[in-house]
Design a protein around this ligand. Structure first.
Ligand SMILES: Cc1ncc(COP(=O)(O)O)c(C=O)c1O
Length: 387
């Protein structure tokens, strides 16, 4: 049965292939440790689970939700944005719930791109920044992130013809996969470019709360002029260990949000109200867990960086996210190195090329496995790579 031409343009989602590969090994009895996927290993904090459990028992949550979301959910997002980022949002206009950041990023393409338009996507970057535009019959144009510039994209390298056709730009700091935090002045430059060329900036803020060493991540929308040109995707997935719950929001420029909401009302029927109640509890309840999670990821980060150093791979500790992005040893490609690590150590690391061609020469390790398994994975890598 032929798939659509639109779908034929894209490969299966990289992590779907990875999951299949891991399963095959596990079926063959191999104890695989996967450091490939960024899915927090700790459970959702109990107060959030309790709020959800009570909400599920309330028949008032069982019917179609409004696509706008509960007023209390939007107010919880607005008050979080104001207290945490100093960003004021009108909950009636500037906030639309999303069934996870991934869904939001995908749908934003359909709200703002026509066939033939260009979307500027960070390379390396979260795969939906390129898959989304392709599925919308638009053209993703890669913006290589420059390691020596703190993994900022080089805007000057974008071809003028692409810039003229650009309607969307995807940015993400703290950054998956590099762990980089927003380089000084980058948001200001992006805003100037967006104004000049009529581009909607989409800042993917999936990791703002997971930072280390005293670094506090800003919202893109706190930068002067950002609200005129952009929206931000804010997800509860990583901060509150809620990846399975599908709870996020798109916030920002009022006109853009009205358009986005128009699209959404035609695409799905909103977020389960009980999940919204849990989201309210996450955002307005105790934040102690977030501090603890950051301490855990920092401990794991330091463990991995120390072990990599011992096998000759030296990197600066990232200030945010749940990832380590490191160069592969001399003479290896991303794919050959990750293949070797999998075969010799039964440890899964992601090849940098899963995040774009500019990820060649790097691999990514996710810190979302318990300390003992992470220690074992690193030990296995160390002994097989130094043997
Ligand atoms: C940069 C980035 N954006 C968005 C997402 C999607 O998160 P979710 O759909 O769970 O909100 C992820 C998940 O790994 C991510 O790394």
């Amino acid at each position: 049965m032929p798939a659509s031409n639109r779908l034929e343009q894209i490969q299966p989602y990289p992590f779907a292939q990875l999951e299949r590969k891991i399963q095959q090994k596990r079926d063959a009895g191999v104890d695989v440790i996967s450091l490939g996927i960024g899915d927090p290993d700790e459970p959702t904090p109990p107060h959030i689970v309790d709020a959800m459990a009570a909400a599920v028992r309330d028949p008032g949550t069982h019917q179609y939700p409004s696509n706008r979301g509960r007023p209390q959910f939007r107010e919880a997002i607005a008050s979080f944005y104001e207290s945490r980022f100093g960003v004021k949002l009108d909950p009636d206009v500037q906030i639309v719930p999303a069934l996870g950041g991934k869904e939001a990023i995908y749908n934003l393409n359909f709200a703002f791109l026509d066939p033939g338009d260009v979307a500027l996507a960070s390379d390396p970057g979260y795969p939906v920044y390129t898959g989304g535009p392709l599925l919308a019959n638009a053209k993703p144009v890669l913006m290589p992130l420059v390691p020596d510039e703190g993994f900022a994209p080089d805007f000057d390298a974008i071809a003028p013809a692409d810039l003229e056709r650009a309607r969307l730009m995807f940015l993400n700091y703290p950054n998956n996969p590099t762990g980089a935090v927003a380089p000084d002045g980058l948001f200001e430059k992006a805003i100037a470019l967006a104004r000049e060329h009529g581009i909607v900036v989409v800042h993917d803020n999936a990791y703002s709360e997971i930072t280390f060493d005293g670094y506090v991540a800003p919202s893109f929308l706190a930068t002067e002029g950002a609200m005129d040109v952009g929206v931000e995707v804010f997800s509860l997935s990583k901060t509150y260990n809620m990846t399975g719950w599908r709870c996020a929001a798109v916030v920002g420029n009022p006109e853009a949000m009205i358009d986005y909401w128009r699209l959404k009302t035609n695409v799905d029927s909103g977020m389960f109200e009980a999940v919204q109640v849990a989201g309210i509890e996450a955002l307005t309840g105790s934040q102690d867990h977030v501090q603890e999670a950051c301490a855990t990821y920092k401990r794991r980060r330091d463990l991995v960086i120390g072990a990599l150093h011992e096998i000759g791979i030296t990197i600066d500790p990232p200030k945010g996210t749940i990832y380590i992005w490191a160069p592969v040893p001399e003479g290896q490609t991303s794919a050959s190195f990750c293949e070797e690590v999998l075969e010799r150590s039964a440890v899964v690391a992601s090849p940098g090329t899963s995040y774009g061609p500019n990820g060649e020469g790097f691999f990514r390790i996710s810190l979302t496995v318990p300390d003992d398994r992470l220690t074992e994975a690193i030990e296995r890598m160390r002994s097989s790579l130094t043997a």
